[in-house]
Design a protein around this ligand. Structure first.
Ligand SMILES: *Cc1c(COP(=O)(O)O)cnc(C)c1O
Length: 441
């Protein structure tokens, strides 16, 4: 690994050597109050691909020109628009093309997948998941469990970090799986935890669930476009993701699902049907009796929202060009550099209680670093925002910084370090009027 230095020259040298550096220009970088900002929030909302406008314009033009005939005559015919997103989506999650489709949105898709893959019985009804999971996922679990007549307190087993720790130990998850072997229906985790940035070994967890006769599903909101995956080979049963985080497809845009081929042709699986999931060759015959398509496409309900998908296509085209494995190689360096710069700066201020809670092992994290503040004081975060750093704050006390390999550069990280340093100095010269930064007091 490169020996890092917290200097502008070093950061610029790294950028010069970076074969992916030109992708930065393929995104719009926000200018707020007339100033360009340091954007570290690709984990919450990715930046806009410059070409997004062109891709949407194409669909608007085709709509203007063809009206309804655009379904078949548009440059990218709308009737099959979702299909052109499949190869890139499949590559990102490591799936066969038959195993993925873009549709709906994340929480909606998870509910639809639970209809199929959470089929509790009186004996086998429990779900193992992470403590403090993303609220939408937690509500999903609670309402699904209730829908089947079970009590969430009894059915949902949350695995928490051990006392005094921030990360979940995988051996604790596996122990819980084994302890509940006969009652476990499903293991459901975030591939990357949204709060701590911890990346789970999805293969290992899936294997543990399968061993006791349970299924394994993952929410990939923070994993897709961030870390390469091999869902098919890992034997994961199902997964879903959103596309507005690392996939830069705009707020609330269409999501995606993975259903392992093992299940894709099983027409016996319980599912909610809609015409877009019906046998494609008979879709327009408007007849009764739902006959699901083979593969993930058989879970579709509605015809595809083409405008949003056009933006997603603009972004996925970039991912295909750049290659997720190449992006990951840069990401490992960029995040390690952020860790280095952060520790170098904060190390100079022993009174300041800020610590990185994300795993230090690069194999156990994506690009995000989560930094815990002392107590619940938000002032540090507010000062950071005022200084032109777009990061995000998650209650009760965590700032998340995500340098993305597509559009962040090493100089961004260096400049962030300089900002941190000047904020820390400010606080010190102000005589610690605010109490959020102190370890003792
Ligand atoms: C971002 C995110 C969501 C958001 O769900 P939507 O249905 O897209 O609003 C859900 N779960 C996790 C883990 C997330 O990170």
């Amino acid at each position: 690994m490169t020996r890092f230095a917290n200097t502008l020259d070093f950061a610029r040298e790294m950028d010069q050597q970076d074969a992916l550096a030109h992708y930065r220009q393929q995104f719009h970088h926000p200018i707020i109050d007339g100033k360009s900002v340091l954007y570290f929030t690709g984990n919450s909302l990715g930046l806009q691909p410059v070409k997004a406008k062109e891709y949407i314009q194409q669909e608007l033009d085709d709509w203007a020109k063809w009206g309804v005939e655009g379904h078949f005559h548009a440059t990218n015919p709308w009737v099959s628009y979702h299909e052109i997103l499949t190869p890139a989506s499949a590559q990102l999650v490591g799936a066969n093309e038959s195993e993925v489709v873009c549709m709906n949105s994340l929480t909606t898709n998870l509910h639809l997948l639970f209809v199929s893959f959470y089929q509790p019985t009186a004996k086998r009804f429990k779900i193992i998941s992470e403590a403090k999971m993303f609220p939408s996922d937690r509500y999903l679990l609670e309402t699904q469990v209730r829908h089947h007549g079970f009590d969430p307190d009894e059915a949902i087993i949350e695995i928490a970090p051990r006392e005094g720790e921030y990360l979940i130990r995988e051996e604790d998850i596996i122990a819980a799986v084994n302890d509940n072997a006969d009652e476990l229906a499903l293991l459901f985790f975030g591939g990357v935890n949204y709060f701590t940035g911890q990346l789970f070994d999805m293969r290992r967890l899936t294997e543990a669930a399968h061993k006791v006769g349970a299924l394994a599903g993952f929410d990939l909101a923070h994993a897709i476009g961030n870390v390469p995956m091999q869902l098919h080979d890992w034997d994961v049963d199902f997964a879903a993701w959103c596309t507005y985080k690392y996939l830069n497809a705009s707020a609330g845009n269409v999501g995606g699902i993975f259903v392992h081929d093992r299940h894709g042709d099983n027409t016996e699986i319980n599912r909610f049907g809609g015409w877009w999931g019906h046998n494609k060759s008979r879709r327009f015959l408007m007849e009764n009796h739902f006959e699901p398509m083979s593969g993930a496409e058989g879970w579709q309900l509605s015809n595809a929202p083409v405008m949003g998908m056009a933006i997603l296509k603009a972004s996925l085209d970039i991912f295909q060009q750049a290659d997720i494995n190449v992006l990951r190689a840069k990401s490992l360096k960029l995040t390690a550099y952020l860790e280095f710069v952060f520790n170098d700066v904060i190390g100079q201020f022993p009174d300041i209680n800020l610590e990185i809670i994300t795993p230090t092992d690069p194999a156990r994290r994506g690009c995000q670093l989560s930094i815990r503040l002392a107590g619940t004081n938000k002032e540090f975060f507010q000062a950071l925002t005022q200084a032109g750093v777009i990061a995000d704050f998650r209650e009760p006390d965590v700032i998340r910084l995500a340098p993305t390999p597509l559009y962040n550069c090493f100089e961004d990280v260096y400049q962030l370090g300089q900002t941190l340093k000047s904020l820390a100095q400010d606080w010190q010269t102000k005589g610690w009027q605010t109490n959020g930064w102190r370890t003792n007091g």
